[in-house]
Design a protein around this ligand. Structure first.
Ligand SMILES: Nc1ncnc2c1ncn2[C@@H]1O[C@H](COP(=O)(O)OP(=O)(O)OP(=O)(O)O)[C@@H](O)[C@H]1O
Ligand SMILES: [Mg+2]
Length: 375
């Protein structure tokens, strides 16, 4: 078992900076999810940890050891690649056993581990088949199994569930969580799937364009995103993010009194506890953020503030209805609300909604950074 660390790591491919100044600590036994859109640098980061690429700058550590000059085979990591290749001439069972045979594990132990992993991945009945006789999803499970059957210091997963259908993906995700609990091994898991990241990760490392945007526990990122990018990820529908103007009641630069934000024709009062923090933006433009679950159809709490919006669309999701609305006077921005499953309203009608502004966020439009609420 071992921790993994990257210190000021950059990786350039010619002019392309695949990773820029990444510093990241994955604790011993931790499951860290690398989350980010295509091109974020997730695979590059995993390949650097595995030693399949060497950094252009910076240092990679496994445990206490700086491993920049350690060959991949000597790092004792198990990897499931984004584009895996099985040995086509070997059976599923032999594919699973391959790594253990290479390391000259005892025969009985190999057999026992292969059986256990095959059972877990629902591959028992396929052990004698060649990979060409399997579906894409089954092949992906074999690729996963090949890594899981081993006993490395850490596992690296690169989109290991991408080829599975939704149900199997959910099952496998749960299996991986259980496996992580029972093995207690360090795992680094790359994905662009926000649901996977939220449910799997003990911590999430949110990446974009080769940079780390925020690292933290899933709920930490969800509740306190450091910038607009992180705020807009992690959920669907994502946090509502609309331009606003911060102002006092009479539009002056007063240093006290109530603070408001105006978006379109709607004026909202900033909750008192946040006014000291947000007052620095008085008389300036900002970005107002509110999650769709903090928008309600009924005024259950006297603190919620009413706004009237135009119904653009309703998405019936079974467990809930998502209302997509337009704020009067604010063109080009959808405002989503997660409402009860029985919510109905005619498209084009005006409806009253209630905002829980205790959950609001404010972002600086120039830097896109969140304005800290606690001074
Ligand atoms: N061998 C390479 N040569 C040149 N550029 C590369 C190479 N490998 C990666 N890149 C570039 O580095 C950047 C990061 O790529 P990377 O594959 O790490 O992203 P990713 O987050 O894994 O994306 P995806 O979700 O699509 O797998 C991209 O701009 C990519 O084009
Ligand atoms: Mg990738």
């Amino acid at each position: 078992m071992a921790s993994i660390a990257l210190q000021d790591v950059s990786k350039n491919y010619g002019k392309v900076a695949a990773l820029a100044d990444v510093t990241l600590q994955v604790d011993d036994g931790e499951l860290m999810v690398l989350l980010g859109p295509s091109g974020a640098g997730k695979s590059t980061l995993l390949r650097l940890i595995a030693g399949l690429e060497s950094p252009s700058a910076g240092e990679v550590f496994i445990g206490d050891q700086m491993v920049n000059d350690v060959a991949p085979k000597d790092r004792n990591l198990a990897i499931v690649f984004q584009s895996y290749a099985l040995y086509p001439h070997l059976s599923v069972g032999e594919n699973l056993a391959f790594g253990l045979r290479m390391h000259k594990a005892p025969r009985a132990e190999i057999e026992q581990r292969v059986r256990r992993i095959a059972g877990m991945l629902d591959l028992d009945q396929h052990l004698g088949r060649r990979p060409s006789a399997l579906t894409g999803g089954e092949q992906q499970r074999v690729a996963l199994g090949r890594a899981l059957v081993r006993d490395p210091v850490a596992y690296l997963f690169d989109e290991p569930l991408a080829n599975l259908d939704a149900q199997l993906r959910n099952e496998m995700r749960l299996e991986l969580v259980k496996l992580h609990r029972s093995l207690g091994r360090t795992m680094v898991y790359a994905t662009h799937d926000q649901v996977a990241a939220m449910t799997l990760g003990e911590r999430i490392c949110m990446m974009r364009k080769g940079r780390v945007e925020q690292v933290g526990m899933p709920l930490e990122l969800y509740r306190n995103p450091v910038n607009v990018f992180v705020a807009g990820a992690l959920a669907h529908p994502a946090m509502n993010l609309v331009p606003c103007h911060v102002m006092t009641a009479d539009g002056t630069k007063r240093e006290d009194g109530a603070l408001f934000i105006e978006t379109g024709h709607v004026r909202l009062r900033v909750p008192t506890p946040y006014t000291p923090a947000y007052r620095t933006y008085n008389a300036q433009e900002a970005i107002f953020g509110l999650r769709p679950e903090d928008v309600h159809a009924e005024p259950s709490d006297p603190g919620w503030q009413a706004i009237d919006v135009e119904v653009v669309a309703l998405e019936t999701r079974g467990a809930e209805t998502v209302l997509i609305a337009a704020i009067p006077g604010l063109a080009g921005f959808d405002f989503a609300a997660r409402l009860g499953r029985h919510y109905r309203a005619p498209i084009g009608s005006m409806q009253r909604l209630y905002l829980d502004l205790a959950e609001m966020h404010l972002f600086d439009p120039r830097t896109t950074m969140a304005v800290p609420r606690d001074i």
